[in-house]
Design a protein around this ligand. Structure first.
Ligand SMILES: *Cc1c(COP(=O)(O)O)cnc(C)c1O
Length: 417
């Protein structure tokens, strides 16, 4: 990928893009919601499709001149349906948060009762947090994990659902290292007459490879972002059973969005085609193998992981025993080039702003081709740094380790700006 006009026209932006490319190339991205999209995905976004207004849906637009964007969007829809074995796909949501709001708008009335996971135990803001529109417009009751196991207890969920009788149950999370058994959730939803939303934003790639249970045929609605384990552009889609198709389309446009980003929809089509290849299955399986190897190394080094480990692509380090905050831990790692994020852990003694956990995962470093051997190296140095967060020599060792790994597993070698 070669940039030509931008460097001449706007040296300030060019310089910042150049530095960001270098930051990604020279460091190890271990924030589990981030990834490195292919150059083909990035190129699809840098197209004239961005210029076109296409309010509406393929062959049902408000403006003229849609003969090509119609085909782009239809390809994205067809590929999404095939990839996820879904009756219906809406590929227009600009982001996961708006997509969840559109699903609520399609199915709920303000004040309706919904069950969603607590933010501080792994859920997403749009799963009913009071600062989010979801928590203000709807009557969310929130579930969490058991304090002793740090895992969701399906008996507790059933009891809560029976008591609360929600109209919808929201599953999926952003900081929960275990799986959602959608069949079991569906049984509970059916028992109480609730709709089931599977927000698979984080572990979507693992649903494709079979490392995480697939949401269909159990969920009524599936929402996923496309930029996390799916490795596409920063965006989202909604998949539904046929009976909800019309309501969802109306809720996305005109309910919550205007003109769709057809250049991003093109990039989503590219990423769906990539994810349908056997190589993607190998990739997603390696993400999990790497996460397990990393979790094992960290545990062997005496680090406590929430729930004792991981089944998926991410894990949470409990910083309490290390006598540091999540902020200090993630900052020290970032100074050495390993990017993670501070995060609450279940029953966190800290706050959302000053939590005691660090969330990290393997999607992006697996994209670079790293395997279990590299996870041992990375896990060992992370543990060493967190146990000695003020030791300059160990910080230097972290720097050297990251540089060596980054050079060994180059990222975007063809990119010049
Ligand atoms: C990332 C995420 C979202 C929101 O995605 P944005 O594109 O950042 O709005 C929603 N739900 C879950 C579970 C997520 O992990």
């Amino acid at each position: 990928m070669k940039y030509e006009q931008l460097p001449q026209q706007d040296p300030e932006i060019t310089d910042l893009v150049r530095q960001e490319i270098k930051r990604q190339q020279d460091g190890l991205v271990m924030i589990p919601s981030e990834n490195h999209a292919s150059v083909a995905v990035l190129e699809a976004m840098a197209t004239v499709l961005s210029n076109k207004y296409a309010e509406g849906y393929p062959h049902k637009r408000y403006y003229t001149g849609n003969q090509y964007v119609d085909q782009v969007e239809q390809l994205a829809i067809d590929r999404a349906k095939a990839l996820f074995k879904a009756d219906h796909a809406n590929v227009q949501p600009n982001a996961g948060s708006g997509a969840n709001i559109a699903i609520y708008l399609a199915t709920l009335k303000p004040g309706d009762k919904v069950m969603g996971m607590k933010l501080d135990q792994g859920g997403h803001l749009t799963h009913g947090h009071p600062v989010n529109l979801s928590g203000q417009l709807y009557n969310f009751v929130q579930y969490g994990v058991r304090q002793d196991t740090e895992i969701i207890d399906m008996n507790e969920i059933r009891d809560m659902a029976k008591k609360e009788k929600p109209k919808m149950i929201v599953t999926g999370a952003t900081a929960y290292p275990r799986i959602f058994d959608f069949k079991a959730w569906k049984e509970i939803a059916d028992e109480v007459g609730a709709l089931l939303l599977a927000d698979i934003s984080h572990f979507v790639g693992l649903c494709i490879s079979g490392d995480h249970p697939a949401p269909f045929p159990y969920a009524d609605f599936v929402m996923t972002t496309t930029h996390k384990t799916l490795r596409g552009p920063r965006s989202a889609i909604i998949l539904t059973q046929q009976e909800h198709a019309k309501a969802i389309d109306k809720a996305v446009f005109p309910g919550t969005q205007g003109g769709p980003l057809e250049h991003v929809i093109a990039a989503k089509a590219v990423c769906f085609a990539e994810a349908a290849k056997p190589e993607f299955i190998n990739y997603a399986q390696q993400i999990v193998k790497n996460a397990k190897a990393l979790a094992e190394t960290l545990t062997d080094e005496g680090i406590r992981l929430v729930s004792g480990g991981t089944d998926i692509h991410l894990m949470l380090i409990d910083c309490n025993p290390l006598k540091i905050s999540g902020r200090t831990g993630s900052n020290v790692l970032a100074e050495g080039g390993i990017y993670t994020n501070r995060n609450t852990i279940p029953y966190d003694p800290g706050s959302a702003f000053e939590p005691t956990g660090i969330r990290l995962g393997t999607p992006a470093i697996t994209t670079r081709g790293m395997k279990e051997d590299q996870m041992k190296i990375i896990g060992t140095i992370i543990a060493k740094v967190l146990k000695n967060s003020t030791n300059e020599e160990i910080k230097k060792e972290l720097n050297d380790t990251v540089t060596e790994l980054a050079n060994q597993f180059p990222l975007y070698p063809e990119m010049t700006i």
